[in-house]
Ligand binder design. Sequence first.
Ligand code: ZN
Ligand code: ZN
Length: 413
Amino acid sequence: MKNQNLYEKLAKLAVRMGVHVQKDQPLLVRANVRDVEFVRMVSKEAYEVGASDVIVDWSDEELSRHKFQYQSLERLKDIPDWLHDKHKYLQDKGICSLAVVSDCPGGLKDLDQEKISAYSRAFSEKMDDLMDYQMKNIGQWSIVALPSQDWAELVFPNLSPEEAYSALEKAIFSASRVDEQSNPEQNWLEHDARLTAYAKKMTDYQFTKLHFTSELGTDLEVGLVDGNIWEGGGTDSFFGIHFEPNIPTEEVFSMPHKDRVNGIVYASKPLSYSGKVIENFWFRFENGKVVEYGAEKEKEALDKLVNFDEGSSHLGEVALVPYNSPISQSGILYFNTLFDENAACHLALGRAYPENIQGGLTDEEESLKKRGMNTSLVHVDFMFGTKGMDVDGIQRDGTVVPVFRKGSFVIGE
Ligand code: ZN
Ligand code: ZN
């Protein structure tokens, strides 16, 4: 394996800081069969820090294709009890989980989209009672990315296959703050501290809303819930274990009020959703709800998203990412949310993160909904940040505080 040393550093980072596996805790790894060498490194590392068990859920794109091609809609929608019970069992054992992503975005786009979205809806409904475990950070979880040939060629269509692969590999390691010279764990401690400081500042202000404008025509007011909490960098699990949900991460994010979003927002990057790449799209919001939208490409995929359920036409996340973040500066479009969302300010349609509101991890869902928390079976991020983005924070008494100027934080500078 080329660059074995970097992969080992990434595996170590994923286990020790990403999921932060505890002694006697089981680890679930989700990975594609192409990444078996990396998963072996993860497994070894996890046992070395004391994991009680390492369980791997393997996937393969060809096998997924067969499922959607050959199975009937009825069969696909029938999610077996054992699958639910397996995850219930693992949660009862206090599992933590690591997702290793390397699939090419949009890889299933030529398949019957009706079947894919029916399956994902049935799956979400079946697993509904298990969703809190991750959403409320009861067990630690993390995502890391690895290159794959198809993905590399999508991102770098003008390079030779070998060059494309190395370019994506290099970009992923650099965005993940893993290199030959330095200690990735030290890099992440420092990075985490910076993000945490911005998040604290934003929380301290308790803005009632943020006003976004950009050179693309975005003019959007995003109301925030009372008692909004901004998060950035790592987070603490319900049991107080610090972990890094996303490697990489550059965002500082909070909870919009589901009924207090008004104006228009233009996306600044394509969105890969349900196997399609949606381009040049926009939404107009009234009292929190998408009332009008359009896209130059793949508008049907957008129809599916907006109409998925009641919550999918309302916002569940607002995130600030400086335009000068390393991923943004690389200028690479990955067609993958884990990276692209860290290149630009973004919003998410659908489910909110309960950690972004005071009492979110302890209060009843009904009372949180009354305070403006959005719920949905989906959570889909889209990027709208630009080089020229300005953001103002508005306090309860009407005071306007500049938060972003020309795409970067100015708050507390
Ligand atoms: Zn985000
Ligand atoms: Zn998100």
